[in-house]
Design a protein around this ligand. Sequence first.
Ligand code: G3P
Ligand code: CA
Length: 320
Amino acid sequence: MGGEQAGITDVKVSAFDIEAHRGGRALFPENTLASFANALSMGVTTLELDIGVTRDGAIVVSHERWLNPDLARGADGKYVAEPGTPLVKLSLDEVKQFDVGQIRPGSIYAAQFPDQHAVPGTKIPTLKELIDLVRRSGDSHVRLNIETKIDPNHPDESLPPERFVAVLLELLRAEKFENRVMVQSFDWRTLQLVQKLAPEIPTVYLTVQSGRDPTVFRDKASEWTAGFNPAEHERSTPRTIKAAGGAVWSPYLRDLTPELVSESHALGLKVVVWTVNQPADMARLIEMGVDGIISDRPDLLRQAAREKGIALPAGFPVTP
Ligand code: G3P
Ligand code: CA
């Protein structure tokens, strides 16, 4: 461990990246201090999270760019009505009025995560509060994989990319936490800005290439790809990301093949796949040679990694 404090169980941290998606949302409410504390307590290498910025410039941890009607309850105990107000139109004080500790009972979303422990009274955390929690846990190795939630098709629902990245870098530098993070996004404009303004921070290029809403096509640029066009890079996603200056490719699990993993590694790109919740998929992808897995079930991911002989990160018990 390079002489550093390893924690309660002194296990060498594996190079394999065990990422708790939204803190491990199958277990505790997503993107909350409760879920992140649970992941830190069990031991992961990375906490995956999503961020937005409020009207008064606070960075808050939220997957949606708005208050999620399936998650956010007002002081009256009622879930917010559709469509939820964009966070960028609310002050931090206003955001803090809402309780996101229990998925709306009876919703399709609740049916997806029947085993999630409800933690009523839980507020949307700020990124600063999450950094404080990580420090309090004593885990000096765990990293944050911070996703900028910004959609080029809905510029009114977040800060513009330049301002978004500036606010994020300002906080990370004030907290001296730049060396503990990666920045990920489907919107590659924010990644280009991070590379220019903070080249020490690895960038993670998110893609989805199948299903109803692909962000990357093989034969053309899209609004998500910051002008990069796979047609100019042998129709190859890894080559396009390499040309864009990325450190990591983060594909949707159904888009990945063994050939693409090999191609990425030959280019010097790491491959960290999302979002993998079934043990059989975890085992298959580890065998395929991926460098990490993002999962809503970090407990099952630890087990799958252990079964493949991967050394596990130590747990750092902490309360939210
Ligand atoms: O880290 C990748 C993954 O989080 C992207 O999907 O929609 O859960 O943010 P999403
Ligand atoms: Ca995410």
